[in-house]
Design a protein around this ligand. Structure first.
Ligand code: NAD
Length: 468
């Protein structure tokens, strides 16, 4: 078969280095390129089609099997920059003007044999609905093993995602993961009370750990998880997806750049409904608490992330409707205030018995930033407001949506591949638990509870991540 690079030998030198669209069109003008690639096209005749008769000057055509005439276009590859580096994106020929939002760089996936292998522990809603599908958008991570108590479910999932039967483990055989070199990371997606045990055993099996939020049931468990991973010299990251999500990251940037002056107040809600009193989320021993550690934690963690500061005082108010079996053991609603050292007051609430609402608004001296929804898996929306003389300006900010789970997993894989500290390490999860414990204490005692002052900004986070 004729190859385009071979054909270029016959093209005059002046047109070959570099082959831009302009030089290519000049070639076309001289009838050279069209002739050359037309010849190439003719040599690639499809088995299912018949070449038509091309008359000089007319658009070449071919005849489809149903007898219809369809145009033929010489195949060409417009100029592209193809860097050799694995992490450098291919740059395609530009065609949009700057009147429109520019698209992001082309993806740079690693070849599958160079990606980090994950074992997913727990095949419930999050794993099946979000995480396994998200691997399809990962560039550095791949699912290679499963751990489940249901062999039937695991067999089906393994077939769906191409996971080898010998890489399927039960909770009883979990520790045998240590003998599987394909697994570098264990992703813990179990009820909250199981996070500590499976993190500690996973680290002892020599694997790096990505653990779902909330990190555990108590701050003491978080500390034990951190210590176990340190002792085993393994990395530990808490899956705070919002800290890897572009819209929330942009809010943080606007706040840090003081785009609308200093932040004065923030209000944040993360509320949803629930219906099954038998589910582990409604058992104190399994969940550690109710709405607060499950979804209220997003308000807490995101505000700490946006401000880079730690609250010095909290005040909580907790309520559960008497007689509702859903809330016999865990709280239905927690409403709380946080006071930050820079004077910011945050009003937050989380509810297990309302239609979903996942939003926050950052009120600054000279404007506000609104995120609604803010904490959802997809579809973040951002609006800002400011005054402009006699005008009030409201702006919808749009940017490329990214799969938060894929970005988060790829960040952890990058840490494993390059031996870097994760952006949301165990210490970040531990700090949330310390604050949640203070909120519960405040709600119980009916008074504000103080927290130790933390002078350093972003004290519990790792270095800024490089996210693609
Ligand atoms: P789920 O109930 O749908 O799944 C839990 C899985 O754990 C099930 O497969 C279940 O079989 C298994 N399991 C093993 N032992 C169990 C036991 N003793 N009791 C109950 N289940 C047991 O829960 P989920 O919604 O997938 O949540 C799992 C974890 O992921 C939780 O820690 C949760 O907070 C977290 N989560 C995070 C997000 C996020 O956006 N990052 C979203 C949802 C859940």
């Amino acid at each position: 078969m004729l190859r385009f690079d071979k054909l270029l030998q016959f093209v005059p030198q002046e047109f070959t280095e570099p082959l831009t669209r302009k030089s290519f069109l000049q070639l076309t003008g001289k009838g050279l390129a069209a002739g050359l690639v037309g010849g190439l096209a003719a040599s690639c005749k499809s088995a299912q089609t018949t070449a038509g008769q091309d008359s000089p000057g007319a658009q070449p055509t071919m005849t489809a099997p149903n007898g219809q005439t369809v145009p033929k276009t010489p195949p060409t590859s417009p100029p592209a920059q193809v860097p050799a580096g694995a992490e450098e994106p291919i740059k395609l020929e530009a065609w949009k003007s700057d009147a429109d939002r520019q698209s992001g760089p082309t993806p740079t996936p690693l070849p599958p044999d160079q990606r980090v292998g994950y074992a997913l522990v727990g095949l419930g809603h999050l794993t099946l609905e979000e995480l396994l599908p998200a691997f399809g958008q990962c560039k550095k991570s791949k699912p290679v093993a499963l751990v489940s108590g249901s062999p039937e479910k695991m067999r089906k999932v393994a077939r769906q995602y191409g996971i080898k039967p010998e890489n399927c483990y039960s909770y009883q055989t979990y520790d045998q993961l240590k003998d599987n070199p394909e697994v570098q990371v264990i992703y813990i997606v179990l009820p909250n009370s199981m996070h500590a045990e499976y993190t500690i055993r996973g680290a002892q099996a020599g694997k790096h750990i990505l653990c779902e939020k909330p990190m555990a049931n108590t701050s003491a468990e978080c500390q034990a998880m951190i210590d176990a991973c340190k002792k085993a010299n393994r990395k530990l990251m808490v899956a705070y997806r919002i800290q890897y999500e572009p819209y929330n990251r942009h809010v943080r940037q606007l706040v840090r750049e003081k785009k609308f002056g200093n932040v004065k107040m923030i209000e944040a809600f993360n509320c949803q409904s629930s219906a099954n009193p038998e589910h582990w989320r409604h058992k104190k021993a399994l969940a550690g608490g109710g709405a607060l550690p499950d979804i209220g934690i997003y308000c807490l963690n995101t505000l700490r992330f946006v401000l880079g500061e730690e609250p010095t005082e909290v005040f909580g108010y907790q309520y559960s409707t008497p007689g509702n079996p859903l809330f016999k053991e865990v709280e239905e609603v927690m409403s709380w205030q946080m006071r930050f050292p820079n004077g910011v007051i945050a009003n937050c609430a989380t509810h297990y018995n309302t239609h979903e609402s996942r939003r926050y608004r950052v009120l600054c001296e000279r404007g506000w930033i609104n995120m609604d929804p803010a904490f959802s898996y997809t579809g973040q929306q951002m609006k800002t407001s400011r005054a402009d003389g006699k005008l009030g300006r409201k702006e919808d900010i749009e940017m490329e949506h990214k799969n938060q789970f894929a970005t988060e997993m790829d960040h952890f894989s990058e840490c494993v591949l390059k031996d870097l500290p994760p952006y949301t390490p165990g210490e970040e999860g531990l700090q949330d638990h310390r604050i949640m414990e203070a909120i519960y204490q405040s709600a119980k005692e009916g008074r504000p509870v103080k927290l130790p002052a933390v002078a350093k900004k972003d004290a519990f986070r790792g270095p800024e991540p490089k996210l693609d």
